[in-house]
Design a protein around this ligand. Structure first.
Ligand code: 2RA
Length: 344
């Protein structure tokens, strides 16, 4: 079977990153199809040095598609991902629609690549939430060495995590405040320019937000259900790049020096940790990069076997598009792309 790839939501921020990354990583697609809603019909998107015209998702037949990568939100995924899967495609879904479904693997290739094999029941593989993806890449090698007991994480999440309209709002407000124009919030609940907002996604009954719940539930599913994780998710006026201040307690002894050595060797991780001015990574430096950057690794002297660190990554890449393309590469390398449809 030819390796035909469909990108659902091709005009969105993640959709465009997906096309860029497929081209950058020379993914051996025989054909790439850009799909979008009827409103975007005919709109052009870049794929390497080519231009693709968007086709109508509602009319598209996934029969000859090997892999369909969805980046169009939960409602579109719920409606079309099962249809694409039934037609024979393997779906890689960026939304939260299927992440906690026991019949859908939730995969971060550096962390649980073997889980990809479990896509058979629904032919859907879920991509984690952006703030979870970069976190588990950094936690996994440390967990393998010293078993993580508890994680306390505070996030500093960029506006692109909430989509293009949200990013436009930061731009509009920033400009508006400078020139004395209107800076009324529309997408966010409060002013985002020159401010921080401790609220991402909807509130849950226990007072946490859904973004915080996702970090706990997804880390357990990807890495280890025994890990306790508590999160505070905060939106900051940064366009691209999520940052996380992470405190980790281990079962076994592990100090900052050994953690640094382990992380230097770990897949997907890039340690930038000089204890001097500027010897750490900030979001603007990670934009367009594939790595999860780790800085400020240090012992936490208030607890046994505990460290602190700072984790930064491009949320549109490792947090979304890159992880999805890595899953497609994993399927390809394991000979799973182009398998005949056997929904069971
Ligand atoms: C956010 N994590 O940053 C979400 C998007 N996936 O809003």
């Amino acid at each position: 079977m030819a390796i035909n790839v469909a990108i659902v939501g091709a005009t969105g921020m993640v959709g465009q990153e997906l096309l860029a990354i497929l081209a950058e990583r020379l993914f051996p697609a025989d054909e790439v199809v850009a799909l979008a809603s009827r409103n975007s019909l005919g709109r052009e998107v870049s794929y390497g040095d080519r231009t693709l015209k968007c086709r109508d998702l509602a009319q598209f037949d996934f029969k000859n598609t090997a892999v369909a990568i969805f980046a169009a939100g939960g409602d579109i995924s719920k409606e079309y991902a099962p249809k694409a899967a039934a037609a024979g495609a393997i779906v890689i879904d960026n939304s939260s629609a299927f992440r906690l479904d026991p019949d859908v693997p939730l995969v971060v290739p550096e962390v649980n690549p073997e889980a990809v094999e479990g896509f058979g029941k629904r032919r859907i593989i879920a991509n984690p939430n952006c703030s979870t993806a970069q976190l588990v890449v950094a936690l996994k090698p440390l967990h393998d060495r010293a078993r993580i007991k508890r994680v306390v994480v505070s996030t500093y999440q960029s506006v692109s995590g909430a989509g293009k309209e949200a990013a436009d709002e930061l731009f509009r407000q920033t400009k508006g405040i400078f020139v004395g124009d209107d800076a009324t919030p529309e997408h966010f609940t409060k002013q985002i320019a020159f401010n921080v907002i401790p609220h991402i996604d909807v509130f849950m009954d226990d007072g946490s937000t859904r973004e915080e719940f996702k970090m706990t539930a997804e880390t357990k599913k990807i890495l280890d259900p025994k890990i306790k994780l508590t999160a505070t998710a905060v939106r900051v006026p940064v366009f691209v790049g999520h940052s996380e201040a992470v405190n980790i307690e281990f079962e076994e002894p592990l100090d900052a020096g050994e953690a640094r050595k382990i992380l230097r060797e770990a897949p997907g991780c890039l340690v930038v940790d000089k204890r001097e001015d500027g010897g750490y990574v900030t979001p603007v430096e990670c934009v367009g990069d594939f790595a999860t950057f780790i800085s400020r690794i240090r012992d936490d002297s208030t607890a046994d076997n505990a460290i602190n660190m700072w984790v930064v990554s491009d949320n549109l890449r490792k947090g979304a598009a890159l992880n999805a393309v890595q899953i497609a590469e994993l399927l390809l390398n394991r000979g799973l792309l182009g398998e005949s449809v056997q929904l069971h």
